[in-house]
Design a binder for this molecule. Structure first.
Ligand SMILES: [Zn+2]
Length: 53
């Protein structure tokens, strides 16, 4: 059975809106992530924000 205490969150590049990373977040966590990560589409480091469906 799937564990339902965590949500799968996407990290989307702010520059090109492409989803490059996924991570598991505890359910009920209120913080939002804004990370600088490498985007293969932009071919550089850009800000990645979490995106819901
Ligand atoms: Zn990008």
């Amino acid at each position: 059975m799937a564990v339902k205490t965590r949500n799968l969150i996407k990290l989307r590049c702010e520059n090109c809106q492409r989803v490059n990373y996924y991570y598991w977040k505890k359910k009920g966590a209120e913080y939002k992530l804004n990370l600088k990560k490498y985007c293969p589409n932009c071919r550089k480091h850009t800000n990645h924000k979490e995106a819901r469906k």
